[in-house]
Design a protein around this ligand. Structure first.
Ligand code: FAD
Ligand code: A2P
Length: 276
């Protein structure tokens, strides 16, 4: 056969570090989740983030940090994403479909890992918006329940529909027959959920900081409050949120830890934003 028939162009062009999209779900006009294939060599600790992206118009990849929302035992990777109308990455990423390819740099890092906290009784996950993503991973990791008696997921958004990805995930976990088999019929007691809105009426209202300082969340859940002996926390939201929650936790006597020096709480930005 003539040589030109053996054209390399017949093969689908593959990006460096390409992974294939296996599912996409749109939750609101500004939020979606998607799943991609997982590189065989990728190991990560639940709660960590990686750089993902798409090729830019000039061929240079547009890469951004994304928390892995799936647990480390999952054979695929899940992400939960904002759609920023003029965002260099998400203005394009929001249009991905099953079968498309994205770039994924397989170098997971991050501070929201169980190893960065001392042992304790209760573990609080405190998130706004897409800051829920690392906790979507940690809530699905059995290691979390091996280490802590109780997990409390507090998630706050402006409107009720923005809570839906997290709500569906937590409700499914609380009713998961496998978890009930592993941890007992009262497993749902071990995963508490406290979703609130701030700019639309819903059953539970208010900022996480306010619901902690007034004691409302403790009263509603029948918990004694937060103390440095029993409680551990992970924070993920905007910079302003992180700063304010950190101050509240420090007010309860908790100290910020790190991978190298585990203490009572850890913090990570959900995005690099407009600041305080
Ligand atoms: P950018 O130019 O990156 O952002 C434009 C502006 O949009 C920012 O200045 C900010 O004001 C706002 N913005 C960006 N991201 C968000 C967000 N998530 N929520 C609210 N406002 C935002 N984003 C996710 O959607 N899911 C994640 O799991 C996630 N994990 C992250 C983990 C880390 C450690 C960091 C630092 C960021 C993370 N981000 C996450 C943000 C992400 O890296 C990008 O900023 C986001 O995808 C938007 O990219 P962009 O290029 O479209 O716009
Ligand atoms: P609020 O509506 O009272 O500002 P944003 O979209 O601005 O990042 O906010 C997401 C959610 O986080 C909103 O419900 C918002 O409440 C809440 N939030 C924003 N900043 C803070 C903060 N500094 N402390 C506590 N909650 C905050």
């Amino acid at each position: 056969a003539p040589a030109q028939n053996v054209s390399p162009n017949r093969e689908k062009p593959t990006l460096p570090d390409a992974q294939t999209v296996t599912a996409v779900k749109h939750w609101t006009d500004s939020l979606f989740s998607f799943r991609v294939t997982r590189p065989a060599s990728l190991r990560f600790r639940s709660g960590e983030f990686v750089m993902i992206g798409l090729p830019g118009d000039n061929g240079k990849p547009i890469l951004r940090a994304y928390s892995i929302a799936s647990p480390n035992w999952d054979e695929e990777l899940e992400f939960y994403s904002i759609k920023v109308p003029d965002g260099p990455l998400t203005s394009k990423l929001q249009h991905i479909k099953e079968g498309d390819q994205i770039i994924l740099r397989p170098k997971p890092v991050g501070t929201l890992v169980l190893d960065a906290l001392l042992p304790g009784k209760r573990l609080w996950f405190l998130a706004t918006g897409t800051g829920l993503a690392p906790f979507a991973s940690l809530m699905r990791d059995p290691e979390t329940y091996e280490r802590y008696e109780q997990v409390i997921m507090m998630h706050t958004c402006r409107t009720a529909d923005e809570l839906n990805y997290g709500r569906e995930l937590v409700e499914n976990l609380r009713e998961d027959p496998l978890l009930a088999e592993m941890y007992g019929a009262d497993f749902h007691e071990r995963l508490q959920y406290y979703p609130t809105t701030t700019r639309e009426d819903s059953p539970l209202m208010g900022r996480i900081t306010d619901n902690m300082t007034t004691g409302k969340v403790f009263a509603d859940l029948g918990l004694p409050g937060i103390n440095a002996e029993e409680d551990r926390a992970m924070i993920c939201g905007s910079l302003a949120f992180n700063v304010d929650v950190k101050a509240v936790l420090e007010g309860f006597g908790l100290r910020e830890g790190a991978n190298s020096e585990p203490k009572e709480f850890v913090v990570e930005k959900a995005f690099v934003g407009d600041g305080v």
